[in-house]
Design a protein around this ligand. Sequence first.
Ligand code: AMP
Ligand code: MG
Length: 493
Amino acid sequence: MTAPRPFAFDNSYARDLEGLYVRWQAAHAPRPTPIRVNAALAGELGVSPEALMDEQGLAMLAGNVVPAGAEPLAQAYAGHQFGGFSPRLGDGRALLLGEVIDRQGQRRDIAFKGSGRTPFSRNGDGKCALGPALREYLMGEAMAAFGIPTTRALAVVATGDTVLRERPLPGVVLTRVAASHLRVGTFEYAATHLGAEGVRRLAGYTLARHYPELNGEPEPCLALLKALIDRQATLVARWMGVGFIHGVMNTDNMTLSGETIDYGPCAFMEAYDPATVFSSIDHHGRYAYGNQPSIAQWNLARFAETLLGLIDADENRAVERASAAIHDFVDVFEARWSEVFGAKLGLDGSGDAAADRALIEDFLGLLKARKLDFTLAFRALYDVAAGDAKAPQQLFTVDDTGWIEWRRRWMARQPQRSPALLAAMSHANPWLIPRNYRVEEALEAAVDRGDLAPFDRLLAALQAPSQVRSGFAMYATPAPAEITARYQTFCGT
Ligand code: AMP
Ligand code: MG
């Protein structure tokens, strides 16, 4: 078979970042069979979905044939996991195939997950099971539909291999598209193993790839730190706006692009409670819903440490300046959070910031005290704003004075809304989220019965999450509280 040429690869990472990868090949897949291909994303990349699922496409996406121009490599990175530092993590079950320029002119990574062991595999088998791959697919597409920056699944192909977890499971290769796979952990690896010169090279590469607007900054590394602080504050605020709990915010899972990556033990909150945590390994709630901003700040401090020598030649001054930037995260996050939740309340941003913030917090207080579903409660606010005064009746009793009083303040704050403000409010308050029990149902059908119909239906629903369509009402209903109370997620290994 001649090498397929579906993409015009241009591999800047391989070219510019020697020392931060190992060239490697995917394991052989005995019997590649198609599972799903993301037609919309293929379109963004300028490739036809059919070409990805014909014999050549399958052989490529299973890792059996290296397409022309690809330079598969395992990326090296380090990382703080649950607070402890691992100097050498890296792609243990992933490979970067190469980079392409999409139809918008954006450079994007095309990478495999589950393509076999690499020099970074440690004790892992390098494989990925069907369930976690489909989970990542669903979550990423939901996130994209919310308009939140995210890595996305391009395709899932069964390898014909069996993956041993608690039981034998079908093995797959997930093909992932990302603005890049640069992580805070990449900088930690460079700082640990390559020294100041390596970090400088990586910082220059990152600035050129993700922050071209900072070109010419007199202090590029400090500018990069501040820019990442803003991007990550924005990302976490937006996660929180849809009730998303990442679940494993280790520094190796925090991107330099500001995209969401690694949908392992993530989950969506149902009843509002900042202490919500679903991950089976997060015993102390380190990565609970409400802890995400402070964890992001902590991760950014680890990032700042890798840049110190480049921020100022004087160590004390470098620490002082980096610390000031990290300290500012709190204000940046607060501003971003207020923007996100202000949009959820349909506020136009012209009011008193402190009063608006109090209004948001008081609404969240009502939800918490009444254990109300986060998604439905905010959607009800949109319904009220759009003229359906009855919408909150399923949430608040008619004599709930807390709600009545809050509603009076809210109405007084913003009596009128333009069509544009209403549309933004609908987008900010989706009717649907990937509810945990619906996700599990869809994955169970796929894995246990080879039935992808529930996956397809849920995916179709999530692709337009703010559109109320009667056929998808089952996805808008919260899980029974006892199911949510028992719900646990696992790392996708
Ligand atoms: P993650 O939790 O997916 O972000 O992975 C953390 C680290 O563990 C990364 O270095 C992964 O490459 C590695 N890893 C996770 N699962 C496996 C696996 N099944 N085989 C090899 N390495 C793995
Ligand atoms: Mg990871």
